[in-house]
Design a protein around this ligand. Sequence first.
Ligand SMILES: [Cu+2]
Length: 128
Amino acid sequence: MSRRCNRRVPLAVLLASGLLLAACGGGGGGGSQTKTATGGKIDVNAFDPFRFDVKTINASPGPLTVTLHEKGSTEHTFTITSPKFEIKVTSAIPDATGTVTLAAGTYPFKCSFDGHAAAGMVGKIVVG
Ligand SMILES: [Cu+2]
């Protein structure tokens, strides 16, 4: 009885750490991730150094509520130039939400802090 239990515990630990590794690996690349807004809402995570967890957001025309989550310690924004829209997170205010109404089209977004967009904090919202 005790032997069976002892075998099961390490297996569970291995499975759990495997899942953690997979989750880290999936988020670590970050290069071409696509997310689709559900119910007019989308969550975007901002990591250090200078990375969003999404490059392309697919959404339907109409209001889109964006929630930006701070996953590091550097300030970041989620900024659309036109129509003008910006939400900002800091280590003290790690979550920010805003709603922007978008017609069909493609809208680039970026982090507006100096150097962040150049370092890769850019993407696009495809509305259609
Ligand atoms: Cu940034």
